[in-house]
Design a protein. Structure first.
Length: 94
C-alpha cells in the first residue's frame, strides 16, 4: 500500500469514527429525552408523591453536566452564556 492509499484508508477510518460518534450522541440525546419524560407535567400531576428534593437534585446535576458538555462541544469558555440563555428562556431576566 502506497502513501496515498494509506492516507485514504486513514481518512475513511476517521470519517467512520466521526459518524459513529455523531450517531452515538444522537442516540444518547434520544435516551435523555425518554428519561426526561419521567419528569413531565403529566407524571408529576399523576403521582406527585413520587417526587422529592432528591428529584430536583438529580435534574440539576444532569443540567449541570449537560451544560458542561455543551460548553465543551460549542467551544465556550464558561457556562455563563448558556445559563443566561436558559434564564431568558425561563423568564428569569425580567
Amino acid at each position: 500500500m502506497d502513501k496515498a492509499e494509506r492516507q485514504n484508508a486513514n481518512r475513511q477510518k476517521m470519517l467512520a469514527e466521526l459518524r459513529r460518534a455523531r450517531n452515538d450522541i444522537a442516540a444518547l440525546a434520544d435516551w435523555m429525552e425518554l428519561q426526561l419524560g419521567h419528569y413531565g407535567d403529566e407524571e408529576i400531576a399523576d403521582c406527585p408523591e413520587s417526587f422529592n428534593w432528591g428529584s430536583v437534585g438529580t435534574l440539576k446535576e444532569v443540567r449541570s453536566q449537560l451544560m458542561d458538555a455543551l460548553r465543551f462541544f460549542a467551544g465556550f469558555e464558561t457556562t455563563e452564556e448558556l445559563q443566561n440563555s436558559l434564564d431568558e428562556l425561563n423568564g428569569d431576566n425580567e
